[in-house]
Design a protein around this ligand. Structure first.
Ligand SMILES: [Zn+2]
Length: 329
């Protein structure tokens, strides 16, 4: 194996869950995990352990079963994912589960099904799963991973044993990110990732913490009328990931609104507080709210493949109009 099976903040919890499961085996576990805290890897570690032919607390990584699991070809493991990002998991996929569980286990042991993100099952798919959840058969483990279990049918939830996965604490995330080469940018990456370590790692890999300074300079320049919105939008477009850019802008809007209310204790980017203070008096609050709405709509517009340059120009123009004197440019 090339990396540990679990993230450091999951090891104690894993042991607790494993012991509980050994004493009172459940056939369906619903695992709630916050995005960016490694839930995907955790459920895989559980599934791999259930199928492992060894008897250690973690999957051994060496036996035939573990090797097949790591190669993604274990015949007694079925993983159900949406076909595309943001697409639902449909009833046909759930029928695959039913078919899979009608067959015997090839290794003569457990069969494991993983559904993630479980809240993406549409109503028909969730209904089709109910019977399986009631009578899954012998030595079957169903793992449902979900960021938002409240979006699941109550009848699905009630048939599962529910566990909430731990988030990394600030110190754990910081320490871990340093071991990954986070360096001087680790702190900023965690701010941008809303303290989710794996998201912070992805942001670091794409150089977003460093880019944040350039983006912030653009926002200040737009706000004070020193830069042209069209040119700024062209730069933003060249950076590639508009959703990340929009997320950072959203954090700044939240921060500015907090500063407006004098609540500076929960800022996403506390290192920018003096910049916020000098800007906030010249910003019209209702324009920040409107901009916030624009950012929410952006996700939908991006999915509809509306013209990216135009979307970014609109954002940049909006920022130029935050100020009280703005509106005419
Ligand atoms: Zn093994």
């Amino acid at each position: 194996m090339t990396q540990a099976l679990l993230w450091p903040w999951q090891t104690l919890f894993y042991e607790r869950l494993r012991q509980a499961h050994a004493q009172r085996p459940a056939h369906a576990l619903l695992l709630q995990a916050a995005a960016g805290h490694g839930g995907e890897q955790f459920v895989r570690a559980l599934a791999m352990h259930q199928l492992c032919q060894g008897d250690a607390a973690l999957a051994c990584g060496q036996c035939r079963s573990c090797q097949l699991f790591l190669a993604g070809t274990h015949p007694d493991f079925l993983s159900l994912l949406p076909e595309e990002t943001d697409a639902p998991i449909k009833v046909d996929a759930v029928r695959q589960v039913v078919g899979f569980l009608q067959q015997r286990a090839q290794f003569g042991g457990w069969r494991v099904v993983l559904i993630e993100p479980a809240e993406r099952m549409n109503v028909q798919a969730a209904n089709a799963l109910l019977k399986t959840l009631e009578e899954p058969g012998e030595r079957v483990l169903l793992l449902l991973l979900s960021e938002r279990p409240s979006e699941l049918l109550a009848t699905v939830r009630s048939r599962c044993q529910v566990w909430v996965l731990p988030r990394a604490s600030g110190a754990q995330a910081q320490d871990w990110l340093q071991t990954q080469g986070g360096g001087e940018w680790a702190g900023v990456a965690l701010q941008m990732a809303r303290a989710a370590p794996l998201r912070a790692q992805a942001l670091l890999a794409a150089d977003w913490p460093r880019r944040r300074s350039a983006l912030w300079a653009d926002v200040q320049a737009l706000h004070s009328g020193r830069r042209d919105a069209i040119a700024v939008a062209a730069t933003w477009k060249s950076w590639g990931d508009t959703l990340i850019l929009a997320d950072i802008l959203a954090q700044w809007v939240e921060d500015l609104l907090c500063c407006r209310l004098g609540r500076t204790e929960d800022l996403h980017h506390p290192d920018l507080v003096s910049d916020y203070d000098s800007m906030v008096t010249s910003i019209q609050t209702e324009r920040l709210h409107a901009f916030w709405q624009r950012l929410i709509a952006l996700r939908r517009d991006l999915a509809g493949h509306l013209q990216l340059q135009l979307l970014l120009e609109t954002l940049a123009l909006d920022i130029a109009r935050w100020s009280r004197r703005g509106g005419l440019r």
